[in-house]
Each structure stands twice: as C-alpha cells, then as structure tokens.
Design a binder for this molecule. Sequence first.
Ligand SMILES: NC(=O)c1ccc[n+]([C@@H]2O[C@H](COP(=O)([O-])OP(=O)(O)OC[C@H]3O[C@@H](n4cnc5c(N)ncnc54)[C@H](OP(=O)(O)O)[C@@H]3O)[C@@H](O)[C@H]2O)c1
Length: 223
Amino acid sequence: MRIGVLGTGMVGNAIGTALVRAGHRVMMGSRTRDNEKAVAWVAAAGAGALQGSYSDAAAFGELLFNCTAGGASHSVLVAAGRENLAGKVLVDVANPLDFSQGFPPSLAVCNTDSLGEQLQRAFPELRVVKALNTVNCNVMVNPSLLPGDHDLFICGNEPTAKEEVSRLLVEAFGWRRENLIDLGDITMARGTEMLLPIWVRLWAKLGTPNFNLHVVVGPPPAV
Ligand SMILES: NC(=O)c1ccc[n+]([C@@H]2O[C@H](COP(=O)([O-])OP(=O)(O)OC[C@H]3O[C@@H](n4cnc5c(N)ncnc54)[C@H](OP(=O)(O)O)[C@@H]3O)[C@@H](O)[C@H]2O)c1
C-alpha cells in the first residue's frame, strides 16, 4: 500500500520505518522538500522510503498518518491540500500538548473537544481515526517490547476506516486484535488525549517512556 506519513519527528520516523519493513511504500512529508531529517530517514529506511512536502506525501498516500506537533496539525493539513485528502483515512497520532508553561505540558484543547474532533470537523473529506497517541513511538510499532497484555485505544466515526487501521496495527506493527479497544466515534478522542496528563507524569515517575496501560474487567456488579 502507498502510505503518507506527515511529520519528521521520532513518531514519523518510527512509524515510517515499521511500515517500510512491513512492505509498504511510504512517503514522509514535511514543510519543505528535502528536509534534512526526511532525507536521512529515506537513506536509513531504504527501498520503499520516499520524502517530499506535506502535499506530496498526502497526494502519494492511499492512507495517511498525522505525526505532527498537535498545535501545527491543522496548518499541516491545509498545506497538504484538501484535494489530496478526499476520502482518505487519516490515522491521527498527534496530541494537543502545550509546553508554553514548561513541563509537564497542558492540553490546548480538552473536556468538551479534542484535536481529533477539530481535525475531523475542519476536514470532513478525511476519515479520521485516532490511534497510537497514548503510547511512546517505540511501543507503537513494537508492542512486544512490553511484557504481557497491554491495550491500545482507537476511535473514529467510520467502522470501515477503523477496521482498515486495525488491520494495519496488527499486520504491520504486531498489535494483538484483543488488545485494540474501539471506544466509539471521534468524540472519544477527548478521553484518549486526556490520558496524556497522567502519561507524562508516569513517564517522569518511571524514568522510561516504554510502558502502557492494560484495562482489566471484572464481573458485572450484582443487582
Ligand atoms: N514522541 C512520542 O513517542 C509520541 C507518542 C504519542 C504521540 N505523540 C504525538 O505525535 C506527534 C509527533 O511527535 P514527535 O515527537 O515525533 O514530534 P514533534 O516534535 O511533536 O513534531 C514534529 C513534526 O511536527 C512538524 N511541525 C512542528 N511545528 C510545525 C509548524 N508550525 N508547521 C508545520 N509543521 C510543524 C515538524 O515539521 P518539519 O518536519 O517541517 O520540521 C515535524 O515534522 C505529536 O503530536 C506528539 O504529541 C508522540
């Protein structure tokens, strides 16, 4: 499959590399063609890896990943060009983190709205699936890095888009089907993005970003 990865940071790099290894052709998009990090990624990832502008990558991909800073994601999609987004699935990995007051960051949008919803509203031609934003990029593409069962939340308005993304998560990244928790429509992104305040504190406490959450369900309460 042809996949456009928007973003040259550690997330774009990890996701792009895993997708190339799984046999996909991947174009990494950036604000400028020949971005230094994108060129280095192409050289390292090898055959199947390409780079270009946000618009090049969006036009190239049959499916897209948003791996850009949350505060920039809207302008990145504008730069990608609506004509290049029409009908495509966008896996939104971004978080609306606001570091303006230092660490830990706050959320630029929360409670009654989310970045995932904002992007879906602003670009109705996209089929936005929020996924992977609650784990570090090492875990995103290599869940077996962590021992035992641990879970990944996904949400979005379209069941077919969520199924397409779930297949990719299983086949390209190695997630187990039973650990994918479909929370429902894109408004559920409020919940997964609001996990970030606890995620960054756990990171500071544990001293490693390589951890995840596991939901344990007991019997229903007796009535
Ligand atoms: N790091 C993780 O493990 C992790 C885990 C879960 C979720 N996330 C989320 O995933 C996203 C990517 O994270 P990251 O750590 O890889 O990198 P990042 O530093 O958050 O974002 C890097 C990307 O954002 C783009 N960008 C930044 N400001 C921009 C602007 N004003 N206009 C256009 N593009 C802009 C950069 O563009 P250029 O390429 O042009 O420089 C770069 O491609 C973030 O939303 C983050 O919250 C990260």
